[in-house]
Write a protein that binds this ligand. Structure first.
Ligand code: PRP
Ligand code: URA
Length: 209
């Protein structure tokens, strides 16, 4: 049974409120995306396997736990997913990073893939697909389809803001994928933007508008 979790944490809610504000500038926006990604990473890695080891503390021998060495990969969906990579790597620095490039045709909203480069051993890794926005869900569904075609078997999706349609579409298309998002918004508008949302995440991260 896969997880669909709206990660309901006061720090995440606070930081997403700041992100939504149209007056938040590029630097602050970028920092917030990174910080929220780190908080979501904490939740999405809760089930990583651990193993017991012995460690000598200054006081005594401790039997304690470390990560059991499952290999991890991050795959940001370009462009906006790039903004989440540093925050994730703060907590899981050994993860390899692949990239998949998708953009939505602004009229049809149909996603177009333009780039894909993944670690060779993606089939052995637990893969975290990153994109701040899950709107129609088209980009995430297609990106995950492509990543599966290249052999990935264990995938989680991490996003900041989702529309109900996108969450449903992703869960239906990939019921095996665990989904972690920071907020579930009300709806999409006629242009496919999440309402209330935060606008165009890629443009706000990179200052292109
Ligand atoms: C945005 C966002 C997602 C996609 C979500 O990317 O980062 O990838 O839209 O929409 P969907 O769920 O309806 O597919 P965009 O196409 O604007 O490209 P960008 O990241 O390069 O700005
Ligand atoms: N992509 C964005 O960046 N924002 C939205 O609201 C929808 C898709």
């Amino acid at each position: 049974m896969s997880v669909v979790e709206i990660v309901d944490h006061p720090l995440i809610q606070h930081k997403i409120s700041l992100l939504r504000d149209r007056n938040t500038g590029t630097k602050e926006f970028r920092d917030l995306v990174s910080e929220i990604a780190m908080l979501l990473c904490y939740e999405a890695t809760r089930d990583l396997p651990t193993e017991e080891v012995e460690v000598e503390t200054p006081v005594a021998l401790a039997r304690t736990k470390v990560l059991a060495g499952r290999k991890l990969a991050l795959v940001p969906i370009l462009r906006a997913g790039l903004g989440m990579v540093d925050g994730m790597l703060n907590l899981i620095p050994a993860a390899k990073v692949g990239h998949i490039g998708m953009y939505r045709n602004e009229e049809t909203l149909v996603p177009v893939e333009y780039y894909c480069k993944l670690p060779n051993d993606i089939n052995e890794r637990e893969v975290f697909v990153l994109d701040p926005m899950l709107a129609t869900g088209g980009s995430a569904c297609d990106a995950i389809g492509q990543i599966k075609k290249r052999g990935a078997k264990h995938i989680k999706f991490i996003g900041l803001v989702a529309a109900p349609q996108g969450l449903k579409a992703l869960h239906e298309a990939h019921p095996d994928v665990d989904i972690y998002v920071g907020a579930l918004d009300e709806k999409l508008n006629d242009n496919g933007y999440i309402v209330p949302g935060l606008g165009d995440a890629g443009d706000r991260i990179f200052g292109t508008k």
